[in-house]
Design a binder for this molecule. Sequence first.
Ligand SMILES: Cc1cc2nc3c(=O)[nH]c(=O)nc-3n(C[C@H](O)[C@H](O)[C@H](O)COP(=O)(O)OP(=O)(O)OC[C@H]3O[C@@H](n4cnc5c(N)ncnc54)[C@H](O)[C@@H]3O)c2cc1C
Length: 524
Amino acid sequence: MIAYIEPYFLENDAEAASAATAAGKSTDGVSESLNIQGEILCGGAAADIAGRDFGGMNCVKPLAVVRPVGPEDIAGAVKAALRSDKLTVAARGNGHSINGQAMAEGGLVVDMSTTAENHFEVGYLSGGDATAFVDVSGGALWEDVLKRCVSEYGLAPRSWTDYLGLTVGGTLSNAGVSGQAFRYGPQTSNVTELDVVTGNGDVVTCSEIENSELFFSVLGGLGQFGIITRARVLLQPAPDMVRWIRVVYTEFDEFTQDAEWLVSQKNESSFDYVEGFVFVNGADPVNGWPTVPLHPDHEFDPTRLPQSCGSVLYCLELGLHYRDSDSNSTIDKRVERLIGRLRFNEGLRFEVDLPYVDFLLRVKRSEEIAKENGTWETPHPWLNLFVSKRDIGDFNRTVFKELVKNGVNGPMLVYPLLRSRWDDRTSVVIPEEGEIFYIVALLRFVPPCAKVSSVEKMVAQNQEIVHWCVKNGIDYKLYLPHYKSQEEWIRHFGNRWSRFVDRKAMFDPMAILSPGQKIFNRSL
Ligand SMILES: Cc1cc2nc3c(=O)[nH]c(=O)nc-3n(C[C@H](O)[C@H](O)[C@H](O)COP(=O)(O)OP(=O)(O)OC[C@H]3O[C@@H](n4cnc5c(N)ncnc54)[C@H](O)[C@@H]3O)c2cc1C
């Protein structure tokens, strides 16, 4: 048996594993020897699942994919890696990373989808206000969490991502940001307990009071400290409907001042969702005016724009929750009280009313379109940053108005967030200064027939933006970061680096976990 396992786990040789599978050798013996109840796939089958990601710019060969039944199987894979001298383990959520973060070249990839349904239980926190929560699996997709919470309990998580085909463990390993984050913080601020398999192979329950160092390490921890198998996610009563509104600005200062005013209002006295984006001042269907209206019957009327406006325009995107029992006039009054204060261009206001679940699943339609036209499968050289309020004006002048003034063939998001909603005990890093900072997301799509050089140009433009930020002392951090050298990671974490290293030494001292982040090298 040991001789048979060797090519898989001791020599860490993907070719040998492939050959064994191709030769028709069953991997059952491996499962038994590891005491894993789930499946193990090698060779082409493993590469098909874990060799690529949504970014489509990296391609590696994992040694094997482990399809666990539960945390014991995951611990079994980690312990097998600990016994070897170079094997690594990466959890793979839905593989929606851009730069190979969920990959393990020559290592074991844990396919979290097989554990997606292991947990689903709603309960109430002890204490005065009896806040509801749901225990869900780290491998569950947020869209499934949404549908079950709403249909079975009339409840819903409070903080989301825009797109919900992402896993609970995957977004909690980063932050999880959308238009609700100004009020509730990112998803990492909305969980109270986790079950984690650490890089030591231990299965540990942790929270703010129990094993708290592990709890805060794992949140935003880029998969470096443990694999999340269960998360306790805070819930709120789900509204029935959302009024979804877009208003257009020609001036960045007015756009940001209004957005900042909205996110700074006291709880419940603002919209429930606040985002924004930049678009090209032109008729281009992917980058320009047609991207703004919310319904096929709406039309963007460019004659409403002043002659003086520039190459790009700005759109504030808002959502107001309501119940079926609320009268139209009540909802209208709530909307007008807020929107009456805003300085958008008259005549460039669009709105629709949608069921709450449809609103949260709004990006699903874009996914379907991208799948139909082939741009879901092509590379996605995306760039996500957090930029402080201090520097967002300069960023607008140089990046939005110059470098990407013709668009990025996809959305260019920009909207404010509040530092006080982020817990600095987690591993997430955000800009250093001030209460308000902005998320910026350049979500580039590549046409199926594009040349390789056009992807390279996009990557180069991303690098140019980052270099400009560094050179000009912009207070920024990459979100969903990706670096090639440890020096760059040290700069990224700044004065948090030593804490990150100490946490690694505590929970994954052999650097087994998430090698695709390229932060630490596997040690003996
Ligand atoms: C179309 C699209 C829209 C997006 N929209 C948003 C958005 O609105 N807001 C936002 O914040 N982000 C957004 N993202 C980014 C998203 O949060 C990241 O891609 C994230 O990595 C989640 O994807 P995933 O579940 O597929 O994780 P993966 O890409 O599979 O994994 C990401 C990292 O987490 C680790 N990991 C995965 N599962 C676990 C686990 N259970 N425990 C510990 N570590 C784990 C992996 O090893 C890897 O290092 C979007 C991405 C895409 C492709």
